[in-house]
Design a protein around this ligand. Structure first.
Ligand code: PMP
Length: 296
């Protein structure tokens, strides 16, 4: 926290923290996995790159270099002797005044290791039931949707609690043009006629690093990905569907709005990609070692 290792119980902030009041905190979410060659952070550089881009969109300056944050993340894993965890870097303005303009406020950076197993528990295999949200995904005319800014997540949170209250596992948000955007914290893919289809950047999605990893693994397996708008009805008639995200990893979607997707189980292409992806995360495929930042 701000360049020092701080004990968990001492990592506190003031109630007047500017970013708590206005949602102007920038964050990331990454994971560290145990591999045969020791623990490794998955695609650390790409996550830090997005952290800097998110900050830039919201005119926030990170008072460290990417290299300093990369080293700090690896050191953090080392001092905690962690094998597997979720890692949450966060950038926020401290307390001082309540004016909207953050001028003069201290910029803080913390990197927090969080124990976090499977986001959807055993549904990582069985698949989740999703509901099209009554909330639309935030739109690039309103806020930078590609930025991981805390305020953006008010939208995700509304969709998530609505879906849970209605008895579903997860929400899927449409954009204001009526096309599928993404889940509250995941990108969406469907499978039709052996090809993957996923919404484009202009759908207002957060450009997921897992989304990118899955597209690359799919390509290497000879599976084509088409990036195009997806209308809601196409989800219902897809052969297979799945979510991707750092927290949710890769999780099959087996039902949308009460319509069963495919035969209601994890589909063959989803299964094949998921097995390969989990092997890649745990360092079982040398072809993807570039994506692993080992903690030595
Ligand atoms: N969309 C949203 C809104 C998210 O919060 C996330 C999680 N960061 C994703 C998609 C997936 O992104 P990634 O694969 O980089 O975790």
């Amino acid at each position: 926290m701000n360049g020092k290792f701080v004990k968990f119980e001492d990592a506190k902030i003031h109630v007047l923290t500017h970013s708590l009041h206005y949602g102007n905190a920038i964050f990331e979410g990454m994971r560290c996995y145990n591999t045969e060659k020791g623990p490794a952070v998955f695609r650390l550089r790409e996550h830090l790159c997005r952290f800097f881009n998110s900050a830039k969109s919201y005119c926030m300056k990170i008072p460290y270099s990417k290299e300093e944050l990369r080293k700090a993340t690896l050191d953090l894993m080392r001092v905690n002797n962690v094998k597997e965890c979720y890692i949450r870097p966060i950038l926020f303005y401290g307390p001082g005044h309540l004016g909207l303009d953050p001028e003069g406020l201290k910029v803080n950076v913390a990197i927090i290791p969080v124990p976090w197993g499977r986001y959807f528990g055993d549904k990582v295999e069985k698949g989740v039931r999703a509901k099209i949200s009554s909330w639309c995904r935030i739109n690039p005319l309103i806020v930078p949707t590609q930025a991981k800014c805390a305020g953006n997540y008010a939208n995700s949170l509304l969709a998530k609690i609505e879906a849970i209250d209605a008895g579903y596992d997860e929400a899927i948000l449409q954009n204001i043009s009526g096309y599928i955007a993404e889940g509250p914290g995941e990108n969406v893919f469907i499978v039709r006629q052996g090809k993957l289809i996923t919404p484009p950047v202009h759908a207002g999605i957060l450009v997921g690093i897992t989304r990118d990893s899955i597209m690359r693994i799919a390509r290497d397996m000879g599976i084509e990905t088409i990036i195009r708008d997806i209308p809601r009805e196409e989800l219902y008639i897809a052969d297979e569907a799945f979510f991707t995200g750092t927290a949710a990893e890769m999780t099959p979607i087996v039902e949308v709005d009460g319509r069963v997707i495919g035969d209601g189980r994890r589909g063959p292409i989803t299964h094949k990609l998921q097995s390969k992806f989990f092997d890649v995360l745990r360092g079982k495929d040398e072809k993807y070692y570039d994506w692993l930042e080992f903690i030595r």
